[in-house]
Design a protein around this ligand. Structure first.
Ligand SMILES: Cc1cc2nc3c(=O)[nH]c(=O)nc-3n(C[C@H](O)[C@H](O)[C@H](O)COP(=O)(O)OP(=O)(O)OC[C@H]3O[C@@H](n4cnc5c(N)ncnc54)[C@H](O)[C@@H]3O)c2cc1C
Length: 554
């Protein structure tokens, strides 16, 4: 089947072939889903992708300093030993360009591009109950139909540009980090303003500061950060990583967050003050996300968290020379790691440069963008040539809702999710048969090293479709009861941690005005989630309603 000359769902004579599955998005999720459905199950599947290349996040996010916070040997597909052995990472944390090269390597190796239609944005998807098929509409006005619809649109792919009055009057240039121009931006001799100090902002500041004439960082929420200590991988380290592929894979599958390190089985108060300080110093020297794995209760117990938080705040005070700037940076209002924890390369040190300035817009908010720059509520105006929005994404639900999905009985996904997203296992929504959402809200997704949940979701969906075909099942749909139980479990899992305490976090949708405040990712841990999904499948897809072909025909 896969050998017929096709190009993204269109056969050589221009006719549309009868598709079994439409996948939306060609990042990690969509690429692997295509491979599984096409090459393992032999389905006719096509990927529709808005960009003109593969890579998803790493296609769009080309901002200065864009780099992965997961270590390179873990931020890749684990399903194929061949891919793992053939590819060689050059640094501890891969940069955007290297990850994009990796994605193209995988796409070419698996011959995926011939079934991906690039520059094809999906603007609508409607379920036809009588035919039991999904009709997808593209921006260009084309329609394609298939039995299965799988969204691989990414959790962080819908750029969020804050609605600040006057942006259209700005006489300089402005950019969002998630929609960065491919040709790059020349900052030399320019007065640059950056809004946002999350993971992306923290990566961008040191690099923009290297060439900008001046850099003014507008900070609403001060943030913790741990040094990445990024460096090229030595030949010995490369060899060691290759020799330990199986062990790394086992660790990644057994940990709550899919990273290749284990969380220590000790509490913050199991050790005395000196020992605790020694441990934190060691973790700081090691660098990276592993800092939070030093103790098992950092995300569970506020007092334990305070110890980590105070250590990190003191580091800021030690690094930043100007006491006033240091205090603004260390004035962090949420427990450590309850927002996405950044790692950095010389972020705090950059504020010691004379041409870099921090403006606290919590105490003096941005009121407007003017033709010349940014004006604060106090009337203070900052003249700028370039504004960089490092303001993140309409996370987890944004790209899904923009698909304008209509399910059974004409009910739209936006109506179903008016009060916040609800689903079963993060994978399916009642009322939307045969629609699967890879890393939807309610999945461990963004709380993990993401290739791990992505592979698990894709494999689970593939097994489910395989089961349906072998058992003569035409449609699968989560039951409302299973969905209610899952949503309650997602809430309980979040409330067992300190994470909901970061009230302004994008995990809660708080960065987008009007978005319902719901803690979206599943905080119960990846290993536990995998167990639940396996159990559901082993029990014949418990919590899902399956409609057999015989019942459909009636
Ligand atoms: C700056 C940044 C840094 C990150 N760092 C890390 C990290 O260190 N570790 C980690 O685990 N994760 C990280 N992530 C998360 C990252 O998104 C995931 O690791 C992973 O790349 C997600 O893959 P995906 O295929 O699910 O989604 P994406 O990579 O987001 O791909 C989704 C694709 O869907 C396409 N699409 C969306 N809507 C439509 C539509 N309507 N029509 C057609 N196509 C559409 C998009 O164009 C995109 O190509 C980071 C994310 C960002 C933004």
């Amino acid at each position: 089947m896969a050998s017929v000359a096709m190009n993204g769902g269109i056969s050589a004579d221009g006719a549309q072939r009868k598709l079994d599955a439409i996948i939306i998005g060609a990042g990690f999720s969509g690429m692997y889903q295509l491979h599984c459905l096409r090459d393992r199950l032999g389905l006719n599947a096509v990927v529709l992708e808005a960009a003109d290349g593969v890579g998803g996040t790493w296609y769009w996010n080309r901002y200065p300093g864009a780099r992965c916070d997961s270590e390179s040997h873990s931020y890749c597909f684990q399903f194929s030993d061949e891919l793992l052995t053939e590819w060689e990472w050059s640094e501890r944390y891969p940069g955007q360009a290297e990850i994009l090269r990796y994605m193209n390597f995988v796409a070419d190796k698996l011959d995926l591009k011939r079934d991906i239609r690039f520059k094809t944005r999906v603007v609508g998807a409607r379920y036809d109950e009588a035919a039991n098929r999904w009709t997808v509409t593209t921006e260009g006005g084309e329609t394609l139909t298939a039995k299965y619809l799988i969204t691989a649109v990414g959790c962080l792919s819908s750029a969020n540009v804050p609605k600040i009055p006057g942006l259209e009057t700005f006489e300089g240039d402005w950019y969002h980090t998630g929609l960065w121009p491919h040709e790059g931006v020349d900052f030399s001799g320019k007065r640059v303003g950056q809004i946002g100090t999350g993971s992306t902002g923290i990566q961008a500041v040191p690099v923009i500061a290297q060439t900008a004439k001046t850099l003014t960082v507008f900070q609403r929420t001060a943030n913790y950060s741990v040094p990445a200590h990024n460096a090229p991988l030595s030949p010995e380290r490369k060899r060691e990583l290759k020799e330990r592929l199986a062990e790394t894979r086992r660790t990644m599958r057994s940990t709550p967050n899919g990273h290749p390190f284990v969380i220590e089985n000790r509490s913050v108060f199991d050790v005395d003050d000196d020992e605790r300080l020694r441990i934190f110093e060691k973790q700081w020297e090691m660098g990276g996300l592993q800092f939070r794995a030093a103790f098992k209760d950092i995300l569970l117990d506020k007092k334990a968290n305070d110890e980590a938080a105070n250590f990190l705040k003191n580091k800021i005070r030690q690094i930043v020379k100007d006491p006033e700037t240091a205090e603004k940076l260390a004035n962090i209002d949420h427990p450590y790691s309850t927002k996405r924890p950044p790692i950095d390369s010389f972020y705090f040190d950059t504020y010691n440069k004379p041409h870099v300035k921090l403006v606290d817009v919590r105490s003096d908010p941005i009121e407007a963008i003017t033709p010349k720059g940014i004006r604060l509520k106090s009337g203070e105006e900052h003249e700028l040539d370039i504004i960089v929005f490092a303001t993140g994404f309409d996370a987890m639900t944004g790209s899904l809702l923009r698909l304008n999905i209509t399910g059974r009985g004409g009910r739209t996904l936006s109506e179903s999710w008016k009060a916040g997203p609800t689903n079963y296992l993060g994978l399916q929504v009642s009322g939307f048969p045969n629609l699967f959402t890879i890393t939807g809200p309610g999945s461990p997704s963004v709380l993990c090293n993401m290739p791990v949940p992505i592979e698990q979701h894709v494999e689970w969906i593939t097994d489910c479709i395989d089961y349906m075909r072998r058992h003569d099942v035409e449609a699968i749909e989560a039951t409302p009861e299973a969905m209610d139980r899952w949503v309650a479990h997602v809430n309980d899992a979040a409330n067992a941690t300190l994470m909901p305490q970061a009230g302004h976090s994008w995990y809660l949708g708080a960065n987008v005005p009007g978005k319902p405040r719901v803690f979206m990712p599943y905080a119960g841990g990846m290993a536990r989630y995998r167990g639940i999904c396996d159990d559901v499948a082993a029990k014949g897809y418990e919590g899902f309603e399956m409609t057999r072909a015989s019942a459909m025909a009636k």
